[in-house]
Ligand binder design. Structure first.
Ligand SMILES: [Zn+2]
Length: 268
């Protein structure tokens, strides 16, 4: 989530005040990036995918956001999945996304490309928070890798939510996301948000709509994270001066939504 050490402007015994800037709206693990909300983030903190955990699609280095790296490794450890899956695509720059988009139009046509490939600035891969995974097979399809609903891929999918990952594009949400089902595309949103989304069967668009009704001065969304009670609320961004007050003894995280505000998560 957002690194907040330099945002704390007041640190008392009982509470601290964290001052959020406008640019923070566009960073963090809950940012919504799609055709209506282009990626505006700047805070890319990338790390190379560890090939003791995942096979790589080709020889070139692959990167993901540091926000997801540990959780991805923990999830793979949990299913004993070291080197049993292939990482097909992680972070992509705007230019790489454009190249993939143009190449897919050339090779697959516009209809297929619109279904499966996001335009530059509209792809979650530019955030570093998405990864395409699949089973290790001889000829890996770069756009649509094989992700069967059995074996190691099923184990990964079933445990994903407990580690902060969601299958981002499902069949029943195609009219909302505008992207066809992609069993292989996992998005890191963090805990406990992936579990809340799963519980209510929300895609990220729906979750961001849902969460704005829970505010600091109105009501919180309560949930649990590994038996710990957690509160979640939304706060609208007010230029460079959005202040949040947090209990000094509580663990918390903040993410922008890439639209107009922040989601605050506090472990109670
Ligand atoms: Zn993808």
């Amino acid at each position: 989530m957002i690194e907040l050490m330099d945002r704390v402007i007041c640190d008392e015994k009982d509470f601290k005040i964290v001052k959020l800037r406008k640019e923070d709206i566009y960073n963090g693990s809950l940012i919504l990036v799609n055709k209506n909300h282009k990626f505006l983030g700047s805070n890319l903190d990338l790390i190379e995918v560890d090939d003791t955990y995942l096979y790589k699609y080709d020889q070139s280095p692959m990167y993901v956001s540091k926000l997801m790296d540990n959780s991805l490794k923990e999830l793979i450890d949990a299913i004993n999945g070291q080197q049993k899956m292939v990482a097909v695509s992680g972070y992509r720059s705007k230019d790489e996304q454009r190249e993939i988009y143009d190449k897919s139009i050339f090779e697959n046509g516009i209809e297929f490309t619109r279904k499966y490939v996001a335009r530059p600035m509209e792809s979650e891969h530019q955030t570093g928070l998405a990864i395409d995974l699949g089973e290790v097979v001889e000829n890996i399809d770069f756009i649509c890798p094989s992700f069967p609903d059995i074996g190691i891929c099923k184990e990964f999918k079933d445990l994903a939510k407990s580690y902060g990952f969601v299958m981002r594009y499902s069949y029943d949400k195609e009219d909302i996301t505008g992207i066809s089902e992609e069993k292989w595309h996992f998005r890191y949103v963090g805990r406990p948000h992936a579990e809340i989304m799963d519980k209510y069967n929300f895609c990220l668009e729906e979750y961001m709509d849902f969460i704005v009704d829970f505010t600091f001065d109105n009501r919180y969304l309560f949930t649990t994270d590994k038996q710990e009670k957690v509160q979640v609320y939304y706060i609208e961004g007010k230029g460079d001066n959005t202040e949040i007050k947090i209990d000094s003894n509580k663990k918390y995280s903040v993410s922008g939504n890439n639209i107009n505000g922040f989601i605050v998560t506090v472990w109670l």
